[in-house]
Design a protein. Structure first.
Length: 338
C-alpha cells in the first residue's frame, strides 16, 4: 500500500519512516512538509518521493492509499477528515484529537467512506508493559485492586523541531494530552473497561495561563479498584514507576524492570533493555502498531478497535479537563461516555 507522511519532524524521521521502510505491506511515496529545511531532509532520505507543501495537492494524488499524520496535534482532526473524505486510510500520531467534538465528524466519515482511522497507541507494546499485561492475564497477582502510576519529566522534555508542545494553539493541551493519552489506554487495557468516576487536579505555569497543564493528578474509580495517575513536566529527572496491587500479590514497575511479589512466593525480577523513560520515539514499539493497522485495513471484522480505544481516551481526557474546571469534582463517567 502506498502512503504519504504528513509532517517530516523528528517523530516521522526517527520512529515512523524506519518502520515503513522495513514493512512488507507499506511504502512511503510522498511527503507533505511546508518547512524548507525539512523538505531538504525528506529529499535526502526519500529521493524518489513526491514532495508537497500544501495538503490539497497531496490529497489530489490519486495513487495513494493512506496517510501517516506526524503533524502537531492541532492539525490532526482537519487532516484526518480531509484524508478520509479523499478515500485514504489514516495512521495518526497521538493524541488522535485535541477535542471530543472534533472526533464525531471523523467517525462519521470513517463509516461513510469505509476507511480506517488508527492512532499510534504504541506504549502497550513496550516489552515491559507487554510482560505486565501477560502477568495480569495469568492472574499472577489475582484481581487488581489498585494502580498507582507516576510519570516524571523535566521542563525541557520534547517539543519536536518547532517546540510545538510549548504552544497552546498547536499542542491543544499539556502533559495530559501528551503522556496522559498513552497511560489512559494502558489503564483501560489492564482494567478491561471504563471507570465509574474520575476526577483531576492540574497545575499550570503562570506564563502559560490555563492552557498547558504541567502537572496532573488523576483519579479513576473502577467497580473493584482505584487508579491514580500522576504526571508532571516539572521533575528533576526522567522516570516512570508505579505499583499495581492485586488481592494475591503486587507488581512493582521501575522504568526498566518489574518486580513480581506474589503471596507466599519469593519476588521475581524481570529486566528490560530499554527504560520506559528512555527517549521519545521507541521504533521497536511501533512494529506491532503497524501490523495492527494493516490488519484493520485488510480485515473489516477487526476494523474500528483502535478507534474505539482512542475515543475512550478522548472522552476521558475531556472529562478530566471538565473535572479540573469544576474544582476537581468527581464526575460519573457513564453519564457522559457515549
Amino acid at each position: 500500500m502506498r502512503g504519504a507522511l504528513i509532517g517530516f519532524g523528528n517523530v516521522a524521521v526517527h520512529a515512523h519512516l524506519p518502520l515503513w521502510q522495513e514493512s512488507n505491506h507499506f511504502r512511503i511515496e510522498a511527503v507533505l512538509e511546508p518547512a524548507p529545511e525539512r523538505i531538504q531532509l525528506a529529499k535526502a532520505l526519500l529521493p524518489e518521493a513526491r514532495i508537497y507543501s500544501e495538503v490539497e495537492a497531496l490529497l489530489a494524488d490519486n495513487s495513494l492509499d493512506f496517510v501517516d499524520i506526524c503533524a502537531p496535534p492541532c492539525f490532526h482532526a482537519d487532516l484526518m477528515l480531509k484524508a478520509c473524505q479523499s478515500g485514504l486510510h489514516v495512521f495518526c500520531e497521538k493524541p488522535l484529537v485535541t477535542s471530543l467534538e472534533s472526533l464525531r465528524p471523523i467517525e462519521q466519515a470513517a463509516n461513510e467512506f469505509e476507511r480506517v482511522i488508527f492512532a499510534v497507541n504504541n506504549w502497550k507494546y513496550a516489552p515491559l508493559w507487554t510482560k505486565a499485561i501477560e502477568l495480569f492475564a495469568e492472574k499472577r497477582i489475582g484481581a487488581i485492586r489498585s494502580i498507582s502510576l507516576t510519570v516524571l519529566r523535566p521542563p525541557d522534555s520534547g517539543g519536536g523541531v518547532s517546540n510545538w508542545r510549548r504552544c497552546p494553539e498547536m499542542a491543544g493541551g499539556g502533559i495530559l494530552l501528551d503522556h496522559g493519552w498513552h497511560h489512559l489506554y494502558l489503564i483501560l487495557s489492564i482494567m478491561k473497561g471504563l471507570p465509574l468516576f474520575m476526577s483531576a487536579r492540574m497545575e499550570y505555569l503562570q506564563e502559560n495561563g490555563l492552557e498547558l497543564e504541567e502537572t496532573v493528578d488523576l483519579t479513576m474509580r473502577f467497580p473493584n479498584a482505584e487508579v491514580r495517575l500522576y504526571l508532571t513536566w516539572q521533575a528533576t529527572c526522567r522516570r516512570n514507576y508505579g505499583t499495581i496491587e492485586g488481592d494475591e500479590g503486587t507488581l512493582f514497575i521501575n522504568d526498566d524492570h518489574l518486580i513480581l511479589g506474589a503471596n507466599g512466593v519469593s519476588p521475581i525480577r524481570f529486566d528490560f533493555p530499554e527504560a520506559l523513560s528512555s527517549g521519545s520515539h521507541h521504533p521497536e514499539w511501533m512494529k506491532p502498531v503497524v501490523e495492527d493497522f494493516h490488519r484493520e485495513i485488510m480485515n473489516v471484522q477487526t476494523r474500528g478497535a483502535n478507534l474505539i480505544e482512542s475515543k475512550w481516551c478522548a472522552q476521558l481526557t475531556h472529562l478530566a479537563y471538565q473535572s479540573q474546571r469544576e474544582g476537581s469534582r468527581p464526575i460519573k463517567v457513564s453519564d457522559v461516555i457515549v
